[in-house]
Each structure stands twice: as structure tokens, then as C-alpha cells.
Design a protein around this ligand. Structure first.
Ligand code: V47
Length: 402
């Protein structure tokens, strides 16, 4: 017997035992804007037109995105996003057993939001692990059934390209079956410029050494105005997107992120989503869109407040609604906070990333989230939110249904 509970304050009901196989609707009429009270809320929230477009299968545009950000009714926005989420995944919520490795924080870029980077090798707090130290992180987890290694590094000016190729080969030697999701498009562009190759040559060489996919980092905000201010000296938007396009053409899947909650406007957020959607129309290579909540500690934008939970829920919900061609919306719990990530499972989110285990970029910027959640912890978070935990691998093949 399932337990009946209220859904996000909407007065609708769901039986938790059934959530894995929920039909499109959650106690509402999925073919229209829903119950009379929901219609009223959508109307009062300025969302009737958006809801009707969604019902008709018409794509949302920039103005719709603006309306979703401007609506006073966050729960109505969430209700719409949840409906789209359930169309795709019913109550299923994905996560993986992964580890995060940051091999060096030496970085020639000067992004204002970054608390992790150190400009030169000798600077206070700068570190670069040698390959044995990097591989030891995987060796030390021999007993874990992890399926993914996620590597993000600073842009180190002095390391040879062989360092990265050997790093990948070594991981595969230690564990042939592990998926290597390594190096953002920004790192790929940096390697191409530093080592005198094209972006495609770099991708091909890394793939030959064992690279399986690219993470979504480095996207920040695609709008030129924002990029010029917060990350002027790293790979620009066009190149970021072209590198993902090339990666997709070469057969890799990738993710795309958006750093929100600093100086960007709502319109720039929607524009960012639409640019990702446009590439996805051509390639279908993005697996997940990941909004990343800005953390203000220990960086040059520390005077700004961190985004609130309400903002986080709304950004994830709008992403679900705008990105109709991207399968998964991920809440990176390290960035959003565990409780908000759990709540976001009713606001369009169907993925919680993974166990992570070691993370520095957010913790150096003030994140108070734990460094690791076990698969049991994540599974419990999902279950107690009334959703169905599904452990996946990086490519969304099911590992176990918890
Ligand atoms: O690109 C850096 C962000 C990103 C801060 O692909 C910050 O599955 C907030 O991209 N406050 C790297 N954000 C992490 C990343 C990621 C995370 C989880 C999953 C995936 C994936 C990718 O971290 C950077 C930047 O946007 N970042 N500093 C900060 N102070």
C-alpha cells in the first residue's frame, strides 16, 4: 500500500508506492492546465499562455522564459516543471557512484567567482598532484563499486600534454571499466592553444587515451556582457559550444552547466538555456543541464549574496521547461545544498549527480555541504522526497534501482 501525500503544497495527491510508474499527471488533468484551482493560480501567476503552449507541445521562447522568472507564484512554475519532468521520467531520480578529482589548482585564468585557482605553482595554497598521487585516489577506492571519475583542473601553464594522456591511461589500467568524464571545454581550448593543436586533435588524442565524455563546467553564462566581467580571459561562448559540438560529432556525450546567482539577469539566464537548446537541436549530445549556484566566499565577488533556495528552485524549474530537448536536469547537491536539491526533485530535477567524495571548488568558495554522500544517503534523500532512486552510470544505463 502506498502512502498518500501532498505534492509541494499544491493540494494534489500522489501515492508514493506508485511514483515509479506515474502517468503524466500527478492527480491533475495532464491534457489541460489542470484543476480549476491550478488554472486560477496559473492565470494569477501570469503563466496561462506558457501552460497552454506546454499543453500544445509548442516550444517556449525568450518571452516565456522571462514570464517564468517574473511570475510571483513559484509553486505554479514548479508545478509546470514537475509535469514535464514526470512526462520524461515519472518519479525516477538518477544518481551515480562517482569520485571527483582536481589534480591541480594552478590556473592562468582569473575568473572572479573562483576561490579554487592559484595563479602560479609557488603561490600559497597552490598544488599539483603527481600522477601516482592522482591514481592513488582511485586505487584507494578499490572496494567501491564506483562507475565514474570526474576530473576538473586549473589551466596549468607548465604541465606537458603527456601528463593528461598518462593520467587517463593510468585510470584505465587501474580500472578498465570506469567511465572517465574529464576536462571541461575550457580546458580543451587551453590545451589546444598551449600544445599547438586544434580542438579536435586534442579531443581525439584524449579519447585515444581513454576519455569517455566531457563534463559541463566552464559554461558560466554565455552572454558576452557577463563573460567579459567575470571570466574575460578564458575560452569564450562560441568556442565552448563548438568544442561540445565537436565532442558530440566524435561520439562523446557531454553536459552543460550555467553558473547563476551573481550578476546575470533573468533574460541572460534564458538566453543561456536557449543557446544550449539550439546546439542540442543539431547534435542531441547533451545528457544533462546543470545549473550551478554561485558561492560567494573567498573570491572576488564575495560582496554578492548567495542565491536563495527559492531562486535555486526556480532556475532548475525554468531549465526543465525551456530545455525541452535535454533529457536530464541535474541539481548538483554540493552547490545547491542537500535540502534544496531534495526539494528540487519536485521542481523539474530528475538527477542528483553522485557521491562526489572529494570536492574543492565549492568547498573553497564556502559550501557547507558534506564532502561525500554514500549511495545509501542519496537513495534515502530521494525516497523520502517521494521519488524513486535509480543508480545510473554516466550514460544513464541503470546500475541498480534502490
Ligand atoms: O565551471 C567555480 C563552477 C564549475 C564557483 O558535468 C563555481 O556533471 C559556484 O562544472 N560558486 C565546475 N560555482 C563544476 C562543474 C560540474 C559540477 C557538477 C557536475 C558537472 C557535470 C560539472 O564550478 C565551474 C564553475 O562554473 N564554480 N567556482 C563558485 N564560487
Amino acid at each position: 500500500m502506498g502512502r498518500t501525500s501532498s505534492v509541494a503544497g499544491m493540494g494534489t495527491t500522489v501515492t508514493t508506492a506508485d511514483v515509479g510508474t506515474l502517468p503524466l499527471e500527478v492527480g491533475v488533468d495532464s491534457t489541460s492546465v489542470g484543476s480549476p484551482s491550478m488554472s486560477l493560480r496559473l492565470r494569477d501567476g501570469g503563466l496561462m499562455e506558457v501552460a497552454e503552449k506546454l499543453d500544445a507541445g509548442t516550444r517556449l521562447d525568450l518571452d516565456d522564459g522571462r514570464r517564468l522568472f517574473a511570475s510571483p507564484d513559484l509553486l505554479a512554475v514548479g508545478w509546470l516543471a514537475n509535469r514535464e519532468r514526470e512526462k520524461r521520467h515519472s518519479g525516477q531520480t538518477f544518481f551515480n557512484h562517482n569520485i571527483r578529482i582536481e589534480a591541480t589548482n594552478v590556473c592562468v585564468a582569473s575568473c572572479l567567482f573562483c576561490a579554487f585557482a592559484r595563479l602560479r605553482p609557488g603561490d600559497e595554497g597552490a598544488y599539483t598532484l603527481n600522477l601516482e598521487q592522482v591514481w592513488d585516489k582511485l586505487r584507494a577506492r578499490e572496494d567501491q563499486s564506483l562507475t565514474e571519475v570526474h576530473v576538473v583542473n586549473g589551466l596549468h601553464p607548465d604541465l606537458p600534454f603527456d601528463y593528461y594522456l598518462d593520467l587517463l591511461r593510468g585510470f584505465k589500467r587501474i580500472r578498465a571499466d570506469v567511465h572517465l568524464k574529464c576536462f571541461t571545454a575550457v580546458e580543451i581550448a587551453f590545451f589546444a592553444d598551449l600544445y599547438g593543436r586544434t580542438d579536435e586533435q586534442i579531443l581525439r588524442e584524449l579519447m585515444a587515451a581513454g576519455l569517455d565524455s566531457l563534463p559541463g563546467g566552464g559554461a558560466e553564462v554565455f552572454a558576452e556582457r557577463v563573460r567579459r566581467k567575470i571570466c574575460h580571459d578564458k575560452c569564450g561562448t562560441d568556442r565552448y559550444l563548438e568544442i561540445h559540438r565537436t565532442a558530440h560529432r566524435l561520439g562523446m556525450r557531454t553536459n552543460v552547466t550555467m553558473l547563476y546567482g551573481h550578476i546575470e539577469t533573468d533574460e541572460e539566464r534564458v538566453d543561456h538555456m536557449l543557446r544550449a537548446r539550439e546546439l542540442q537541436d543539431d547534435t542531441a549530445g547533451f545528457q544533462a543541464f546543470i545549473p550551478l549556484a554561485f558561492h560567494p566566499d573567498n573570491n572576488q565577488m564575495r560582496k554578492l549574496p548567495a542565491p536563495t533556495a527559492a531562486e535555486t528552485l526556480r532556475v532548475h524549474a525554468v531549465a526543465r521547461l525551456m530545455l525541452d530537448n535535454v533529457a536530464h536536469i541535474k541539481a548538483f547537491w554540493i552547490a545547491t545544498g542537500v535540502e534544496t536539491a531534495q526539494t528540487a526533485l519536485w521542481f523539474g530535477v530528475d538527477d542528483l549527480d553522485g557521491t562526489v567524495q572529494e570536492e574543492q571548488i565549492y568547498h573553497m568558495a564556502g559550501a557547507r555541504t558534506p564532502e561525500v554522500l554514500t549511495t545509501d544517503d542519496i537513495s534515502r534523500l530521494i525516497r523520502t522526497a517521494g521519488r524513486v532512486p535509480v543508480e545510473r552510470d554516466t550514460l544513464y544505463n541503470v546500475v541498480t534501482t534502490h
